[in-house]
Design a protein around this ligand. Sequence first.
Ligand SMILES: [Zn+2]
Length: 311
Amino acid sequence: MPRADRILPGLPPGRALLDRRGDLRADPGLLPRLLRDPGTRVLRLAGDRAPVEHAGPGRARLVLGAADDADAARLALYLGEAGGTAYVGVVVADAPAPDEDDPGWRTLRQVGADLDPLGAEVLTTTLALANWHATHTHCPRCGAPTEPSLGGWIRRCAVDGSEHYPRTDMAVIVAVVDADDRLLLARGRGFRPGGMSVLAGFVEPGEPLAAAVVREVEEESGVRVTDVTYLGDQPWPFPASLMIGFTARAETTELRLQEDEIEDARWFSRDELVGAVEAGSVHLPGRLSIARKLVEHWFGGPVDAPEVPLR
Ligand SMILES: [Zn+2]
């Protein structure tokens, strides 16, 4: 498999920066000990927001500190270590959510592209795990409450002892390009007016990734594709996806939209896309997203555009 970080610049590096140290998770004393250690770097997550500080133009830094007394009673997640320092995520559910406009508390969508790679990995992992814990409080077998265990990497049922693991939902996302080198962009239901992106959809059980690409593109747009080529992937914890990015060649160009999901779809030449973005009639996905990276991979470089949320 090609080096994803070389094909799509700006994606998380192919090698994790956090050593997750799965070998330490079974020690029930691990988190209590780390929460007492002033050297531990704790990221507090409140709702989907994390504390950040400005670190220069277009740059932000997570505010990481030692645990405080209240953290001992909160859901704590052992993220691993980097450079000899332990990192722990703590989910703050006992305090009012930070104000949406508070510049000191930002979401991953808002700040992810501005963080350093380790900071982005710490926040992404904390958010992904926290999202899973929030919706898996009860055992799917017997309905009894479950408790976090193994440093926050599983939940265990107190009644039948079954163990439940965090899930990641695989989704394919694909830049479809036709014989004239035009890119297919679509607006999903629920996007803001003018918001357009490449096609994406969830992988179904029993389905290879390339088959999911072919199926999703045909279902959503009516276009048949071939030459499905992997370009890179990106954890996307909104709430629990892994976006697996491809390019594919269109064998047909006639559009037949899946109307309950796709409101609009069009083929764009590079000039048409630049014109539409400059005129403000098309808004591209955010800089953080693999969707944007796929558009820019086709385009051949950055497409300068103001940052506007798609949804
Ligand atoms: Zn159970």
